[in-house]
Design a protein around this ligand. Structure first.
Ligand SMILES: O=C(O)[C@@H](CO)OP(=O)(O)O
Length: 273
């Protein structure tokens, strides 16, 4: 990369998951990558290797579609040795009782506008789980250290921002004291949460933002760890900059997703959550 002393943040959404492919609400369900997602993860590492970025540290969630994407990208860059921190705070937004449902079936039941409202609105929560539901995160040992008020029954983007930003401020920003190159591999809605905060996107505008799977977003940041330029504007240009616009994702998720659009346009698992 041109200037090794330039502080740089790279955001990467995991590659396509099996449930993205099947067009199902996923949230905290721990599903793996599809074959296409596996290929996207490798391709993202190849793109970053071409950029010549040597990372100092990486952050990811505790969900395997993000963890595996990170592994494959780091392997492709031959940087598997760098420190990695995982946190539930980077998990996908919890989709409540929608988790496991097929998005197109739900659209037939409740209408496309309602589905899109659940998917992209700022403060609309999905229908909530009950504590007795087997999908409740309190049943999963990886969340055993969370307080009961931290275990979601279903989250809006607003809720997701509120649990993600403390990790940004307490763990990721301080990492830049000793690091110039920081990689975050996370999920569509946690990355929307970070971009909303970093780009100061309004509650109304955030409904338009989608983050593509497996495409690294390279963001030069200043000493205050603020982006030097608009992240949103850099997303499409980076897609074309690499000369490879990912093929239209042929998953039902994407096809139905755009059809549904009603708005225009433990290596070091966090000990104290
Ligand atoms: O199902 C999910 O968890 C997310 C990401 O795949 O879906 P959406 O894009 O609808 O928020």
């Amino acid at each position: 990369m041109n200037n090794p002393s330039q502080k740089t943040l790279v955001l990467l959404r995991h590659g396509q998951s099996v449930w993205n492919l099947q067009n199902r609400f996923t949230g905290w369900t721990d599903v793996g990558l599809s074959d296409q997602g596996h290929a996207e993860a490798i391709q993202s590492g190849r793109r970053l290797a071409t950029e010549g970025i040597q990372f100092d540290i990486a952050f990811t969630s505790v969900l395997k579609r993000a963890i595996k994407t990170l592994w494959l990208a780091l392997e492709e860059m031959d940087q598997m040795w760098i420190p990695v921190q995982r946190s539930w705070r980077l998990n996908e937004r919890h989709y409540g009782s929608l988790q496991g449902e097929f998005k197109h079936e739900m659209a037939e039941r409740v209408g496309e506008e309602q589905v899109q409202r659940w998917r992209r609105s700022f403060d609309v929560r999905p229908p909530l789980l009950t504590v007795g539901d087997k999908r409740f995160p309190g049943c999963d040992p990886r969340y055993a250290k969370l307080r009961s008020d931290q275990l979601p029954l279903g989250e809006s983007l607003k809720d997701t921002i509120e649990r993600t930003l403390p990790y940004w401020h307490r763990s990721i920003v301080p990492a830049f004291d000793a690091a110039n190159r920081v990689l975050i591999v996370a999920h569509g809605n946690t990355l929307r949460a970070l971009v909303k905060y970093l780009d100061n996107v309004s509650d109304d505008e955030i409904v338009h933002l989608d983050i593509p799977t497996g495409v690294p977003i390279v963001i030069p940041v200043n000493d205050a760890i603020q982006p030097a330029t608009s992240i949103r504007e850099s997303i499409p240009s980076q897609l074309s900059k690499h000369g490879v616009v990912p093929p239209p994702v042929l998953s039902n998720d994407t096809v139905k997703g755009s059809d549904l659009r009603f708005v225009p346009s433990p290596s070091q698992q966090e000990a104290h959550p």
